[in-house]
Design a protein around this ligand. Structure first.
Ligand code: ADP
Length: 230
């Protein structure tokens, strides 16, 4: 798995770097005069840089986590707002890829002790998998609810699904499901490992239900800050 990871990471690093260099050189040559084309190429450079940043953040966080050095800054936070703003930052991009997003947020805040950035990263990892592992049915449902002393965040897709025998392994480091969809999709097998670590550091849990060909639902459960009003 480690050898496969090294090969995945080098591929993951090389692809965006090649695209950035190629489109950068093309723009620099001055041969592209069409304004729409120049915009398109600049957009590719920006998106590929963002992909690189996300990948590097995941790998760096993962090595901190693996060495037991990942630190969290817990603050009294409205979880609804964290999920909403994470979704808002990416909603345009997700819709641009042809997805419908159905979101269910409570009207009242749900106060939790969380590291805002870490929770946002965890949600983003699950959300980006829902996108990566969907085929023709591009529909994502995202919900936040409070049940007693727990809050749950669910992300449901209508994608390729996960085989039963892989369900227990997808949170293992470097693990990727050996199917065509995963082989054809960029990834390192670290996203869910990190997500699980983040959620457990918050005394929460993450679960998955999935049916092949129908889709998957990831449910994150976090404890609610009791007695807090601000
Ligand atoms: P990756 O970088 O490969 O996406 P993750 O740790 O995020 O790594 O996920 C591990 C594996 O679990 C993926 O490679 C994929 O095979 C599978 N997987 C994760 N999320 C989904 C999903 N929503 N639908 C289908 N398969 C998924």
């Amino acid at each position: 798995l480690k050898a496969e990871f090294v090969s995945n990471v080098s591929h993951e690093l090389k692809t965006p770097l090649t695209l950035i260099r190629m489109f950068g050189e093309t723009l620099e040559s001055g041969l592209v005069v069409d304004e729409a084309k120049r915009k398109e190429f600049s957009g590719i450079i920006r998106k590929e840089s963002e992909r690189l940043t996300h990948l590097i953040n995941n790998v760096l966080d993962f090595s901190k986590m693996d060495a037991g050095r990942k630190e969290y800054r817990f603050e009294n936070t409205d979880l609804v707002e964290v999920v909403r703003s994470t979704l808002e930052a990416y909603a345009f991009h997700i819709r641009d890829l042809g997805f419908d997003i159905e979101s269910h947020f409570p009207t009242e805040p749900i106060y939790t002790q969380v590291d805002n950035d870490a929770i946002s990263q965890a949600i983003l990892n699950v959300l980006s998998n829902a996108i990566k592992y969907s085929d023709t049915e591009k529909h994502i449902e995202l919900g936040v609810v409070q049940r007693g002393s727990m809050a749950t965040i669910s992300v449901e897709d209508r994608g390729v699904g996960i085989p039963k025998e892989s369900l227990v392994r997808i949170f293992d480091k470097f693990y990727r499901v050996p199917n065509d969809k995963t082989r054809g999709t960029r990834g390192t097998g670290l996203g869910l490992t990190l997500t699980k670590h983040i959620i457990e550091a918050h005394h929460g849990s993450i679960e998955v239900e999935s049916t092949i060909g129908k889709g998957s639902t990831f449910t994150i459960t976090l404890p609610v800050q009791t007695g807090a009003t601000t």
